[in-house]
Design a protein around this ligand. Structure first.
Ligand code: 7TS
Length: 422
């Protein structure tokens, strides 16, 4: 096994495997700091990723040189800020390969995107007795908004089961569809397990039953190349802060045909075309869904994050992260009493685990003292914890700036936790 480890470490320096992780790490100022005298090993990337200086500098430059409100000023700065903001819409369109930038709505994050669809689409097109399909592995953000909708309109939530590996069972999913099924909402990648769902196939099945599908891409956007036209999803949501951009901003993609038919979610400035006390008419897409002054600096930061990811390449990121995940899985699996929760065939960079007799929070605390930041808890996915009969897991989630050396620090820290806590 030691031999295998060094082979993989060597692999990182192999000319055929040219991912320049050390160069990219230098772009992230926070990663060079020490905590409790130890180098920071940041492994909570599923919660939020760190930001490269390119993103930090874009936000800084915006406030220093461009700050003005958008879509309304007739002066130089406002026109510049508006142009910059709208350029990011086009960048994001390209990033997820949407057909039109009218289909890109800036929201606060994945959570808000799902709430927009559940309330605007759901309250318009669903009626009492209709059914909405989700899966057992959803984040609370993709459960609770649908429950709220069900309570409001008398619809019913159906839950697609998963197997012991943490994979959605396609046959069981198919069985949930009937004439009452009117919507499906699924995670592209699970935050608690790392499972990458076969979403293209699941969407095709839903469409055969004339059911539109929303994908929660919060954990997919940082790891996979996304093509909403190829997936043929009806809606797609993600958050900038999980893909190296700032907090407070995210994206709702919707097929234009749906967005045209949907009423606004928020009312206010910018989303109208004319207002009288008797009647208001709404603005065209995408502005109809962007009421009020948006997070302009956040959108500009998101644009810088998209540029940054584009320069590295999502395919290169995915290949490197798969190598890292394989190495981490093999390394921690050797620890006696450690059980990985979520062993799907197709996984993104998430390692959830429990250690015999140790509480995940205690593991997290010992690891913290070793400089290793992981997450311990239910990861806002309580139903999946209950499915695996654990109250919580410890979760190490990786980004492309993590290294195999850091995986070895994690391994040593876990041994230390066993020494101290057992
Ligand atoms: N969907 C998934 C799959 C997520 O992982 C998260 C956040 C969200 C939605 C919500 O994203 P937000 O940006 O709107 O909050 N997941 C996590 C996590 O795994 N640990 O902290 C937040």
């Amino acid at each position: 096994m030691v031999q295998h480890k060094s082979a993989l470490l060597g692999h990182q320096k192999d000319a055929r495997f040219s991912f320049e992780v050390e160069r990219y790490r230098k772009d992230f100022p926070i990663l060079s700091q020490r905590v409790y005298g130890k180098p920071l090993v940041y492994l909570d990337n599923a919660a939020t990723t760190q930001k490269p200086r390119q993103v930090i500098e874009a936000i800084d430059a915006y406030y220093r040189t461009e700050n003005a409100n958008i879509h309304r000023g007739v002066f130089y700065l406002s026109e510049r800020a508006t142009k910059h903001y709208e350029e990011v819409r086009e960048k994001v369109r390209d990033f997820i390969h949407a057909a039109s930038s009218k289909e890109i709505i800036f929201v606060r994050g994945a959570t808000e995107g799902i709430n927009v669809v559940s309330q605007s689409y759901g309250r318009t097109f669903l009626k009492p007795g209709d059914e909405i399909i989700i899966s057992h592995m959803e984040h609370h953000s993709n459960i609770v908004p649908w429950q709220i909708l069900c309570n409001q309109i008398g619809a019913r939530l159906r839950v697609a089961p998963i197997n012991d590996e943490g994979e959605l069972v396609v046959g069981d999913y198919a069985k949930l569809f009937n004439s009452k099924t009117k919507f499906a909402a699924l995670s592209h990648v699970s935050n608690a397990l790392g499972t990458v769902n076969p979403v293209k196939q699941l969407i095709q099945m839903a469409h055969e039953a004339h059911v539109p599908v929303l994908l929660d891409g919060a954990q997919a956007a940082p790891h996979l190349a996304i093509d909403v036209q190829d997936l043929d999803c009806d809606f797609y949501v993600f958050s900038a802060h999980k893909m190296y951009g700032p907090t407070g901003v995210g994206v709702l993609y919707g097929k234009q045909a749906w967005l045209e038919k949907m009423p606004p979610y928020h009312g206010g400035g910018d989303m109208i075309s004319s207002v009288t006390f008797e009647k208001t008419t709404y603005n065209v897409l995408p502005y109809k869904f962007e009421a009020g002054t948006p997070d302009i600096a956040g959108v500009i930061g998101l644009g810088a994050a998209v540029d940054y990811l584009h320069a590295i390449g999502m395919n290169a990121i995915q290949a490197y992260e798969q190598h890292l995940l394989m190495f981490a899985t093999q390394t921690v699996s050797k620890i006696k009493g450690l059980k990985i929760i979520g062993t799907a065939q197709a996984k993104a960079c998430v390692l959830s685990f429990v250690l015999d007799g140790l509480h995940p929070h205690d593991i997290g605390t010992v690891l913290d003292r070793e400089g290793v930041a992981i997450r311990a808890g239910h990861h806002c996915a309580m139903p999946i914890m209950e499915r695996f009969k654990v109250p919580a897991t410890a979760r190490a989630s990786f980004a492309f700036y993590n290294t195999t050396e850091e995986v070895l620090v994690l391994e040593r820290a876990l041994h230390r936790a066993l020494e101290i806590l057992k």
